[in-house]
Ligand binder design. Structure first.
Ligand SMILES: Cc1cc2nc3c(=O)[nH]c(=O)nc-3n(C[C@H](O)[C@H](O)[C@H](O)COP(=O)(O)O)c2cc1C
Length: 372
């Protein structure tokens, strides 16, 4: 698509036009929490732990960060058995705000109990409830996550109860468009969510049945907006570049966006998006050397918490994300998948993220046909 610049009458790509004319996007408010820029870091189970959040925070640009989803039943069980709170709450008490903690279950009382603890003891900024998870363990086994989209009145009861238990801490909901393509009911659910007192709604533009197939349907996300009177609508799905975020704000009726997968090996993406929204030059992709340093910083954070052995094991998958899109990524993945110690991990990193003079990296990064 080309767009004409009124002043210069030069045809230019839509991307260029958007970069020169970024949409004016005000901060959004979730209850009393100001989210600026209105670009949120998504919850991702197994990934968005303290180490990842700290990486994102170090670059900046995410208006609100979120933990992984936490089982409310699991939390209660640990509490009743006087065990330590879930690993997934690592860092939550001490890290800077704003921070959202996401919980899941299908029982209003259990969710309210945990929500209240998070609001008072942990002083989190936002309690988010998961109504979007499509994974069988959560849906079929626990009748939670996206399973609940079939039962909007249950969603409403859950939210009402959690809102009452957490007040004044705002409670939000994250949903998908529906359970299946034949059962898209996001507008109904959105109205229930708002009516029950939630402070924001995030919508991933796929159904549970879609899992991650196809494209997120942003028209359907946008169609929800006129049905909400009070709360912000946050769109989510497939945003993987600053230009795509600009285009989402330009084309669709949304108040904010949430980014998940694309940020996994690129915690600096939010900073790039923020610059694009401000009409500033977009910070370049980090050099190989900088990516290596970032990955090692991430690794140290993980090892500080879990020790070298478990830390190395966990870091295997995070390291693959950093390599994604780089020359040699496939080989790196094959290699790093088998590392078992700090030494082996560092050796793999040194091999695939070599210490080269950053000035020569443009040559090193030149496209390699055989790599991803
Ligand atoms: C590995 C992984 C874990 C996820 N875990 C969660 C989660 O804990 N809670 C949640 O609401 N969504 C979760 N999601 C969904 C994302 O938050 C997001 O809705 C989805 O990935 C679409 O956004 P994207 O296209 O930017 O990745 C997860 C997604 C991935 C890939």
């Amino acid at each position: 698509m080309t767009v004409t610049d009124d002043q210069h009458h030069d045809p230019m790509s839509e991307a260029e036009w958007l970069l020169r004319n970024p949409p004016q996007v005000p901060p959004l408010h979730i209850g009393g929490i100001r989210v600026d820029p209105p670009v949120l870091q998504a919850p991702m189970a197994g990934y968005t732990n303290f180490a990842f959040r700290e990486m994102v925070r170090s670059y900046g640009g995410a208006g609100l960060q979120a933990t992984e989803m936490i089982s409310a039943k699991g939390f209660v069980w640990l509490d009743e058995h006087e065990c330590e709170h879930p690993d997934r709450l690592w860092g939550v008490k001490d890290e800077s705000r704003p921070l959202a903690v996401q919980i899941w279950d299908n029982d209003p009382e259990t969710l309210a109990k945990v929500g209240a603890r998070l609001a008072t003891e942990y002083q989190v900024s936002v309690v988010d409830i998961n109504f979007g998870c499509p994974v069988k363990q959560v849906t079929e086994k626990a009748h939670s996550g996206s399973y609940l989209l079939r039962f909007p009145e249950r969603v409403g009861r859950i939210i009402e109860r959690v809102v009452a238990a957490c007040a004044p801490t705002p409670v939000t909901a994250k949903i998908r468009l529906g359970c299946t393509r034949d059962q898209i009911n996001a507008i109904d659910v959105a109205q229930v969510v708002e009516g029950a007192g939630a402070a924001a709604l995030t919508v991933h533009g796929r159904t549970a049945e879609d899992f991650f197939k196809g494209h997120a349907d942003w028209d359907r996300i946008s169609a929800i907006r006129p049905h909400l009177k009070r709360i912000p609508l946050i769109g989510n799905g497939d945003l993987d570049s600053p230009v795509k975020v600009l285009a989402a704000f330009h084309r669709y009726a949304i108040d904010g966006v949430m980014i998940a997968r694309a940020s996994l090996g690129r915690p600096w993406l939010f900073r790039q998006v923020q610059a694009a929204l401000r009409g500033e030059p977009i910070p370049r992709e980090p050099t190989v050397g900088e990516q290596r340093e970032a990955m090692l910083r991430h690794y140290d954070l993980v090892c500080q918490r879990f020790g070298d052995q478990k830390g190395t094991h966990l870091m295997r998958k995070y390291a693959c994300n950093y390599a994604s899109g780089r020359p040699g990524a496939r080989q790196f993945r094959g290699h790093v998948a088998h590392v078992g110690s700090r030494e082996e991990f560092l050796r793999a990193v040194a091999l695939y993220f070599p210490k080269v003079d950053d000035l020569s990296e443009s040559a090193e990064d030149s496209p390699c046909e055989t790599c991803e």
